[in-house]
Design a protein around this ligand. Structure first.
Ligand SMILES: NC(=O)c1ccc[n+]([C@@H]2O[C@H](COP(=O)([O-])OP(=O)(O)OC[C@H]3O[C@@H](n4cnc5c(N)ncnc54)[C@H](OP(=O)(O)O)[C@@H]3O)[C@@H](O)[C@H]2O)c1
Length: 304
């Protein structure tokens, strides 16, 4: 297959493009972080520029498109609402319309943060109630995509992994601070079910392969608090887990509102795939094995 991955310099997009390139011909679009790799064809494109998306599709002629480009930083969205709307709401709709005309299949990445997090264990039938500007623009994006092209796969995700900057994911944040011996906060009142980016990538490719369509919660089959996630990571890497102070999110002074219980129910995904997604233990062990095999350096040297 010819696959276009947008946002191929991002946490998900880069791992996605690398996983896909093992079996497919991959084109990865990047914006400000131009990467060097022989694994896939890198195309620099600012997708907010008029005509850029059309040119990118023309150049890559994809059969499958995986849209990982976004303004995914919550505080950056609050600071620049117009850009958040452009990247998280308007670009996905444009992409869905464009792809619908050409016959390619599209996976659009959304977020667990479309829910307010008051209850948790949300299914695809539950009504979203986004709290932040990021989440509101992401919800508009996923609805626009499904209206424009109901055959699209919209994947609400949460993820961790090794990134180009070495500091994009929560797991890297714990790794960096704990390896430096820094004392840090771990939220005991914020719950999530993240998948390792590479495991998530494989599931998205499988969903495309079996021609799935519609909305899916693509998350780990196990959930935990951010504090417990940090402690599990510390134990695997043999770091001092007492460096993580059990804390409440309200103590952190974050600009954007965080939803406390963003656990998603992934039963629909398990039924579609015939198998459950990996649990947190498996995901963290894979993250640790990647570290031991030099994967973080392999990723980072692409940006040097
Ligand atoms: N990270 C998480 O924990 C998490 C949780 C839930 C959902 N998600 C969703 O997962 C998806 C991927 O997130 P991520 O964490 O991988 O994001 P990320 O690391 O911030 O990457 C964002 C990507 O979008 C690209 N991009 C930004 N502005 C662009 C523009 N003007 N034109 C073209 N590309 C542009 C970036 O390119 P440059 O870097 O080259 O500028 C980068 O490749 C997003 O849809 C996000 O909402 C992420």
């Amino acid at each position: 297959m010819r696959i276009l991955v947008t946002g191929a310099s991002g946490l998900l997009g880069l791992n996605m493009a690398l996983e896909a390139s093992q079996q497919h011909e991959v084109f990865g679009s990047v914006n400000s972080n131009v990467i060097q790799t022989t694994a896939f064809t890198v195309i620099q494109s600012d997708l907010t520029v008029p005509g850029a998306l059309e040119k990118l599709i023309e150049e890559s002629q994809p059969e499958w498109v995986i849209n990982c480009a976004a303004l995914a930083n919550l505080d950056a969205c609050e600071a620049n609402p117009a850009l958040a709307q452009q990247l998280n709401s308007e670009l996905p709709e444009k992409l869905a319309n464009y792809v619908a005309k050409g016959g390619a299949r599209l996976v659009h990445i959304s977020t667990d943060a479309v829910f307010d997090g008051k209850r948790g264990d949300y299914t695809e039938q539950d009504k979203p109630n986004p709290l932040s500007l990021y989440a509101r623009t992401k919800l508009i994006g996923e609805q626009a995509v499904l209206t424009a092209n109901p055959q699209t796969i919209v994947a609400r995700v949460n993820l961790f992994g090794w990134s180009l900057s070495g500091s994009r994911s929560l797991a890297e944040w714990f790794f960096n601070h704990l390896s430096a011996g820094n004392s840090i906060m771990g939220f005991t009142d914020v719950y999530f079910c993240p998948l390792l980016a590479n495991d998530l990538a494989k599931i998205l490719l499988r969903l495309l392969d079996i021609s799935a369509q519609g909305l899916f919660h693509v998350v780990s089959s196990e959930c935990s608090s951010k504090y417990d996630f940090g402690v599990s990571l510390a134990r695997l890497f043999d770091f001092d887990e007492t460096l993580i102070r059990p804390s409440l999110v309200s103590e952190a002074g974050l600009a954007a509102v965080r939803s406390p219980n963003l656990t998603l129910n992934s039963d629909k995904l398990s039924t579609e795939l015939g198998v459950s997604p990996p649990d947190l233990k498996a995901g963290l062990e894979h993250f640790h094995a990647q570290y031991q095999s030099g994967y973080p350096e392999f990723i980072r040297q692409m940006g040097e």
